[in-house]
Design a protein around this ligand. Structure first.
Ligand code: 8YV
Length: 317
């Protein structure tokens, strides 16, 4: 007999190892957006497992009388009302560290792709117009020895900086407060305005919070160099997308390379999707087999620890 009952909040099928791990000890109740049957099971639920950013509201927490833990698949928990969980003494687990390398890699992949016209180049090379090679076309921006500004010098930002060292880049960063580890990577703390004005590449690697929501708006985009590449591997909500659209429509940046958008996905007819100076990928920051495995294990370990009333391996509140 299963020891616990877990409400799995997922609109898509969770990564393949997750449910078999949970089911070793727990009975699973599947949340469904279009059918309320799961609500009838809430009196039995001991824990919530959240996959792919389904919103967790205070009302949901209050409708589960025995709720002992919320375990999130991922490090960013902006979709969980953390203040409400804290107030109610419900621990929220997340998966930091295990995805730092993969997310830093994708930040750098977007940076390079934006600088060197990899996506537009690919489209051109497959298209009908590539009939003769012309050394004067599709000139990009140099990456090595240029200035990178990292907004958010947390674990992921730090890994981005380590990669930038290999490209001999000058590194600036902005954070809530200076990070002691930044010295190790030769990164200099500056105000956001200075970072935006001085950087050839701006990488957004901060969490989405009340403080960072819409942090990059029209004024901030206006401070950036016209040759700059903006990379967002954080959350779509840190950029004001109306301001981004206006900026990119008039070609005021070389490229905006986005792993994340607001909303996510963008409506299929969103005007940003028509622009050539935008790169958009479908939130692939931590999407490698190795990292998905590690995130799955960590998030299930957090869940089981919380159900057993033990300390979680990684806990955000
Ligand atoms: C995850 C992420 O894939 O961990 C995070 O915060 O943004 C992603 O890389 C995602 O949260 C899982 O849905």
């Amino acid at each position: 007999m299963a020891e616990y009952t877990v409400l799995v909040m997922a609109e898509v099928e969770p990564y393949r190892t997750i449910l078999p791990m949970i089911e070793q000890k727990c009975r699973v109740v599947r949340w469904r957006p279009d059918d309320d049957a799961w609500r009838g099971e809430l009196a039995d639920v001991d824990g919530i497992y959240v996959y792919a950013h389904i919103k967790i509201s205070p009302e949901l927490m209050d409708s589960i009388p025995k709720l002992k833990v919320i375990s999130n698949f991922g490090v960013g928990c902006d979709h969980v009302d953390l203040a409400a969980a804290k107030e109610r003494g419900i621990p929220v687990g997340n998966t930091p560290n295990v995805l730092d390398g993969a997310t830093a890699d994708i930040t750098f992949a977007l940076l390079l792709a934006g600088a060197r016209n990899i996506v537009t180049g690919d489209h051109f090379a497959r298209g009908p117009d590539f009939l003769e090679y012309d050394p004067s076309f599709m000139l990009g921006q140099e990456v090595h020895h240029q200035t990178l500004g990292i907004v958010g010098m947390g674990n992921i930002g730090y890994q981005v900086a380590r990669r930038a060292m290999g490209f001999d880049m000058k590194i600036l960063y902005h954070n809530r407060k200076p990070s002691p580890r930044a010295e190790e990577v030769g990164a200099r703390y500056v105000a956001l305005e200075e970072l935006l004005a001085e950087s050839d590449f701006v990488a957004l690697n901060m969490p989405l919070t009340d403080e960072t929501k819409g942090m990059i708006g029209a004024r901030e985009l206006g401070l950036m160099k016209e040759s700059a590449v903006l990379v967002n591997a954080a959350r779509g909500g840190v950029i004001d997308h109306d301001a981004l659209l206006e900026t990119m429509r008039v070609g005021k940046l070389h490229c905006a390379a986005l792993d994340v958008t607001e909303p996510e996905p963008l409506p299929r007819n969103h005007p940003l999707l028509e622009l050539d100076n935008i790169i958009v990928i479908p939130h692939l920051g931590s999407a490698t087999e190795q990292t998905r495995q590690a995130m799955s294990s960590r998030s299930v370990e957090n869940l089981l620890a919380g159900l057993a009333g033990e300390e979680l391996l990684s806990r955000i509140v």
